[in-house]
Unconditional design. Sequence first.
Lengths: 225, 855
Amino acid sequence: MEQNKLNYKRLQIGPVWLRTVIEIVLIITAIVVCSYLTIRSYENTFYEATKDSAIESTQQLSHCVIGAVDTNLLDIEDPSRMEYAKSYYTDLLNDSFTEGSILNSCAIYTVSQSDAVLFAATDGHSALNQKQIADMIASGQTGQPASFDYDEVYYTYTPIFRDGETAPCAMLVVSSQYMNSFDYNSVVMERLTTIAIVSGVMIIVYYGISGAVSAYKKRKAVSVG
Amino acid sequence: MKKANILTVSLRIAIIAALFVGAFYINSALTGIAGTILACVLIAAAAAIVVNLAVWGFKWLKNERVSELGLHIVRFAIILSAVALSIFVMLSKDYTKQHSLTNETELCQVVLAGEVYMQNHIGEATTFSSSELNSLHNDLKGLLIANESNAERISNLYMFHDVTDTAINTPPYYPLEGSDNILAASSNESVSEWLSADVINEVSRSGEVRTTTRTIAGSKYLTAFAPVYSTSGMAVGVLEICAPQPAAISVFGFATLELMLTVAALLILFSCAFYGVIQFIDIALRPKRYDPTRILPCGRESIRPVSFFISAATVIQLPVLLLSPASEAVTAQLSLPLGLAALIPFIVYLLGANLGLVLGRFPKNTLKVLPIAGGLTFAVVCMILKTAKLSAFAGAAAPYIDLALILFTALGHGVAFRVASRYQLHSDAQYGRDKYAYLSPAFGAIAGIIFGALIFDELSFTANNIIFILLTAVAAAVCFTMLRDIEFTADDGMNGKNPLVTFRGALMVVIAVGAACCFEWVYISLHLAANGISATAISCCAVAPIAAFCFGNRLSLKTRNSQRLALFISGLLTAGAFVVMAVSQSLNMTVVSCALITLSVIFLSSAIYSVLQPAEINRCLRILRVLGYIAVILSFIMAVNLTGSFYFYIAAAVAAAFALIFILFSRFPRRIDDIELIPALAAHEDDDIPVVANEDAFILASVSDEPETGYAEEPVAEIEEEPVFAVYEDEVEEVVIIDTPEDTTEEAEEEIVEEITEEETEQDDSSCEDPSAEDSTEDDTSSEESSDESSEAVPNEGDTDLSEEDSWMPMPNYEDSAEAEESAAQDTAEETEQETESEPSSDTDESGEESVIAL
């Protein structure tokens, strides 16, 4: 059956330099994309880690602080004494959270059936919106602490009960922001420079070795020929 | 250079792994300079063996005559590895530092809140009795709630004597060393290292929260401490909370396993993509026009980028099938378990792909690009419809329409793959088999799996589908462009009659690996996913067996004992992989299990390609294909209950052990050349009958009325010296034996040879190469040697042509001249015999088996 076999002949490819240019472009592209994806991978991992940490952090902080809330102070009707109580809790909460911290905030809301009123909060606390209040009241009705994720900020709502009551009279709100932990842009130029230098050296070495090997083989072939 | 020895390579890899693990544990267990030095020594030793292995690898590549392009890929991978490693270390350092800062901030916050917690429990007390102190210690233990962050944290309380009963200095309170007025207690009662009295007094005086690092029980901890006051404002003591500190460079720390797997997956992805793209460019740069004055307008490598892209386009969408909306809908409608419902899209896809493969077989005697383009276009249309969510408007029938579209998509892919395979067969039959052709679909599958996982992680469902569509469209365009050349040559060379032989490409890779790896691909992947590992990282584990298979079948085991030992080790490692998972289903153990399976595949592939003849391999793989499907489905069903899978692991380990025992006591397969060929083969061998063959030929060729005999007495080398490659149609009367030409185009570094031969080529551009020269270069070592002898002794046009560019074919290269002479003599005898008896020679390379899909 050898007569059925055709002679195989490869045609010449295009100019070698063209392929070389393409190779270099491919390598650089691969390095850039690989670098980008690696950094993304790190950021995602870091993001997930801080996110998980934020959930646990809010629960831990709620656990620590909730014991300090005296429900009797929430029921004061005298406005001046009420202001004093609020001021006291504001100071207590501010003292309980790192000064100037943008990671965490804390607040106490007094709640009724379907409404919640801010009683005291740390300086960095943003007032809850309607959805957050609804979530807070709903979670309070379960009687158990609950955590919610709103735009990269975790909130843990912990109900506060008066003795002998099953409905919460107030809610402790602790929030933790989990995406402001690392501003990689500040060092990114330095890192890109390093990557560029490493990549450049590697490419030069790569083509240097390739060229040397080719030259050696040519010389050897000529001498053999 | 000696032949690659799988056993020594494996031993070195095992030593490297042991050294790295040892360095890691020593670094963790031993503190101080001694531990560091010892760890560095171990790492240096491991690095030395890695370098040694790398040198061996380059020599092996050279000895294996891997092409220039192959070496480019290796260098490409090395460059990327170096860059990735530098980025990896750099980012690890940055993020570890940032992680430490975040930890420190959080710890300060916790200790500040803890101060409030303790103050609330202390109240206004200024003195504490023994029972009150014990109660306070219980409060201290309740300070840190049970969660992952607190798992390794410790809280300590330092109490001043002036508020306590001075008689209390028994556990859990201990007098602080160097101080006569401080008692210390810890939530972890095994802790015996405390802050110094000076630090405590200073913190108490300043009233501020502070941090420091210190060593507790041999581990480094970041600690934050704050003064504790009673509600009346009296200083009671100091609260300290300790958290483990991340290593300076968290190569072995902070989510490292996933990151390392991700980086490795990216490296593999780009190396494989480099292969596919360069193949494409290589061919695209050639003259496009069909030139009848030339022997061929296009090389047979044209099929490579086609296989690559089809394989990649097929596999890339598999991860997203998990997201098929049909799963949930069917679950709800039919009350199926969730795990079983998740399996439905895969089953439908497998059915569609296999149906496509069957349909792609027709018409048998013609080769047209149209079915490929049509199949892929059909797949694209189905995917567009699926992406457009037209099924969402179909109400209750929506999930079934979704499944139907999956079926049709797979059908299109199946048809395209089958027809591409037939092109490969045709090309192989005419010009000599492209023994590395299987790498294209294998690399395509690897790149497809990783890329699919990557975009699965990164992008939305719609964006995923858009990319799948684009990739399939690109594959269609590439196919249409590339295969036209082959179509021309097919018509021109064979008058429309296509002597197809069995294509053994990706199917072999995927199926043979699949039976051993279905567990990993399905079960371990789901297990890793359940642990929150990203799909990209998981894909690295998933493609490792494919790469291992490609590597393993390039290694040869000559002696019967080494072959049996390799099979034995393969079974042992497989059993070990299941036992490991049965012992502990932790993340690390899962990765260890993947590694064991990958090693097992290397041994398995090395062994079966040294032991079996192609026909037997094909038969084996065909059985494995069915088993693979069954095993994948079973794994899915078992995976429904991940936690209750202990018995599954045990059963799998026992099954692997049985396989191991079976290997020990079973006879090795008979030799194919011991089998008498069916008379019809010889009767038709000189007929000018068009031949259309299929893989069934291999089965039939291996079946004979002859009593089965083992070949224990015969050396393996002899098996490889006389390969038989018998192919024929489904109908026996049309059976013809094809002598597939040998391929001497694998001159690995042939740039200079090109120059020398170009002149000869130009002198007679239309002359033919000497077929005998080609034939002399069989895949097996002895044939290659004889080929080399003949080609060197009698230069001819064919040799010069073949040596020009094709850098993927093996190039004769041996160091043992005595062996070469012996092989040359044997080969000469074979050729003489062939001429006399018109006995066909054949290509018996391992790259065979018709490729299905990298499923």
